[in-house]
Design a protein around this ligand. Structure first.
Ligand code: G4P
Length: 193
């Protein structure tokens, strides 16, 4: 998606070499809702050959994008996995562990109430970043536990130099990333795949 690449080039802040890209001006802190609406429409366009009954995402940054994608899919429901099991999510829940590929982050569980995912439903996964793929793997697991069919994953920014994309595609899941970053550094900027 050309406009996304342009925004990343102009507004993205790179930390280190092949480490972190900050896109807080439109995606992860301040949100440009008009632009996110275009992103939602682009996900619809890419998955127009699929029936999609429901969108599944993970808090926090996935939620806004998933909502705008849901509108583009004629207002289908959005379910987001919660990172904390609060009293409000009592009853039957699907649980999956988000692994950690870095020493600095511990594994954590995510939760979805079984009330909101039903066997046989076709589910589209949406998230902002695909890096190591641990969050996406956990969402695939949750969808599987509920007996849903994952029609694919819509990702805004894939860090193609990290193993998540290859790993998830290797499992046979269709991944559509709107921008794929091959490499990035403070000196050279972003190189798209
Ligand atoms: P993974 O889900 O692909 O395995 O990502 P990883 O464990 O490597 O990263 C953990 C968190 O950091 C995830 O957010 C992921 O979206 C985010 N992330 C990874 N790389 C980048 C990056 O270069 N820039 C930005 N801005 N975020 C990155 P999360 O834990 O789901 O947090 P939230 O922001 O959705 O609450």
């Amino acid at each position: 998606m050309e406009e996304l690449k342009q925004r990343i080039r102009e507004q993205g802040k790179i930390r280190g070499t092949n480490e972190i890209l900050k896109v807080d001006s439109f995606l992860n802190h301040q949100m440009d809702v008009g632009f996110l609406t275009q992103i939602g429409r682009e996900f619809r366009r890419r998955f127009q050959d699929c029936q999609v009954d429901r969108i599944l995402t993970i808090e926090a940054s996935g939620i806004g994008i998933a909502c705008l994608a849901a509108l583009a899919f004629d207002n289908i429901p959005v379910v987001f996995a919660k990172k904390n099991k609060t009293k409000n999510i009592a009853g039957d829940v699907s649980i999956s562990q988000v692994e950690s590929f870095t020493q600095s982050k511990r594994p954590y569980n995510i939760f979805v109430s079984k009330e909101f995912l039903h066997p046989g439903e076709k589910v589209l996964l949406i998230d902002d970043f695909l890096a190591n793929g641990s969050a996406l793997s956990a969402l695939i697991d949750i969808a599987g536990q509920a007996g849903c069919e994952v029609v694919g994953a819509g990702i805004v920014i894939e860090k193609a130099f990290q193993p998540g994309g290859e790993r998830i595609r290797g499992q046979g899941v269709r991944v559509e990333s709107l921008a794929r970053i091959q490499a990035m550094s403070e000196e050279a900027g972003v190189v798209f795949a």
